[in-house]
Design a binder for this molecule. Structure first.
Ligand code: MEV
Length: 439
């Protein structure tokens, strides 16, 4: 029976037993695997159990670091949590390369976050506007218990306005607010403020004849589209100093600029190009306990802000200097949320020497740019497969359960050969036969 009532009420052992019974014919292999991934430190395990509901075990990702990131004159060792081989190696390689050329230069353009109360209104717009003008100070005042602390620290609600969306959807309006949440990502703060605005809106509307029965509040929620919470990261060097695989100087710079032009002109390429950027971005976002889904959604919406989906980065040559820059919307936090809870997140932030949210924005954008530099360099240089498959070779060998000696022999064998799963399998079988014959 795959349907189950009250699953969440079962104990962890009961949940595992049900999973095994239902999907593994009572074979205990799955249960044993869940157990192996369990932490033996029961306090640590309890912490992870309680992050989400229905936890049955842990799902590990490698936690790595990319050293030598020179960002705004300071050297960082950047923590990255990611499963894809070659991402960390590529970030480290680009970091080292640009370290010798002045490093990454970043600028936080703005840090404003936003959220909306979405509602329908069926009366005259003028009456609604007059109502919102009258009640805005009341909405802000009623939210004071939520905003007081944030305001003390210099943040809070920055604006609250009525937005007419009736051209997009009949009778659709928003109360749209902007916020400064300092070092916090601010999701809870923003959502609490919005729900309070909606509540006051309801209370005040009930007192006015022009509003009664004329409106329907649908929802109140922050937006992950943050085009005014943006950071820029840039690297540059004289064209003559640029070297990408066998390409040098002007040839390298021109080909790089061409690759970026393609990513701006074609959605197929733009998507993959931006995916390469997000390889670096997500890994740091995840390691520092931030919400990578929010960052992903916001980044792709930003990439499409002109009406067509484009590259998030740009490259150009000016006065003999090659420039490569990335502009990204990044609503990040270095306090609150998982940053206080997950021991590895705390450690990651310590490795980054406890950055502010603004500094973290610069670090994340720099890693995204580094990742993009490495990917585009491989593509226009020797091609992606050579480097990629070398890293992948180890994964294939692990999958095929090669021992350490076999890995050594086959890594040397494939040094100058194309790596494919079937080739590796064949060579491993051949090696095993030879070894067995010799023993
Ligand atoms: C692979 O994870 C990322 C790349 O495809 C990015 C790109 O094509 O620019 C290599």
């Amino acid at each position: 029976m795959k349907q189950i009532e009250g699953f969440s009420k079962l104990s962890k052992q009961e949940k595992i037993a049900w999973l095994c019974r239902t999907y593994f014919g009572d074979v205990s292999d799955a249960a044993a695997l869940f157990e192996r991934y369990h932490n033996t430190d029961s306090e640590l395990q309890k912490l992870h159990d309680e992050f989400i509901e229905n936890t049955v075990t842990n799902y590990y990702l490698p936690f790595a670091v990319a050293p030598n990131f020179l960002i705004d004159g300071k050297t960082y060792t950047v923590p990255m949590a990611i499963e894809e081989s070659s991402v960390v190696a590529a970030a480290s390689k680009a970091a080292k390369y640009w370290q010798g050329k002045g490093g990454f230069h970043t600028r936080v353009v703005a840090t404003e976050k936003t959220g909306q109360v979405h509602f329908f209104f069926y009366g005259e717009k003028e009456a609604l506007q007059a109502f919102v003008d009258r009640t805005t100070p009341i909405m802000l005042q009623q939210a004071a218990p939520i905003t007081a602390n944030m305001e003390k620290r210099g943040g809070g609600v920055r604006s609250l306005v009525l937005v007419d969306k009736t051209e997009a959807l009949a009778h659709y309006y928003q109360l749209s607010a902007t916020f400064e949440t300092l070092d916090a990502m601010g999701a809870n703060f923003i959502n609490s403020c919005l729900e309070s605005f909606a509540e006051t809106f309801r209370e005040e509307a009930e007192k006015e004849a022009t509003m009664q029965g004329q409106y329907e509040i649908v929802m109140s929620i922050l937006s992950n589209y943050v085009p005014n919470c943006v950071v820029r990261a840039e690297v540059h060097c004289p064209v003559g100093e640029l070297k990408i695989a066998h390409l040098e100087g002007e040839t390298a710079a021109n080909k790089f600029v061409q690759a970026l032009a393609i990513a701006n002109a074609d959605v197929y390429r733009a998507t993959t190009h931006n995916k390469g950027i997000m390889n670096g971005v997500d890994a740091v976002v995840l390691a520092t306990g931030n919400d990578f889904r929010a960052i992903e959604a916001g980044a792709h919406a930003y990439a499409a802000r002109t009406g067509s989906y484009r590259s998030l980065s740009e490259a150009w040559i000016e006065d003999g200097v090659f420039h490569f820059a990335l502009e990204l919307p990044l609503a990040l936090g270095t306090v609150g949320g998982l940053t206080n809870l997950h021991p590895l997140v705390k450690t990651a932030l310590e490795i980054l020497e406890k950055p502010t949210a603004r500094q973290l924005m610069g670090i994340v954008a720099s890693v995204g740019l580094a990742q993009n530099y490495s990917a585009v360099s491989s593509l226009i240089g020797l091609g992606i497969q050579k480097g990629h498959m070398k890293m992948h070779l180890n994964n294939i060998l692990n999958q095929l359960q090669a021992n350490e000696e076999e890995k050594k022999v086959l890594t040397a064998y494939f040094k100058d050969k194309t790596v494919t799963h079937s080739e590796v399998k064949r060579e491993l079988e051949r090696l095993k036969l030879t070894t067995n014959a010799n023993n």
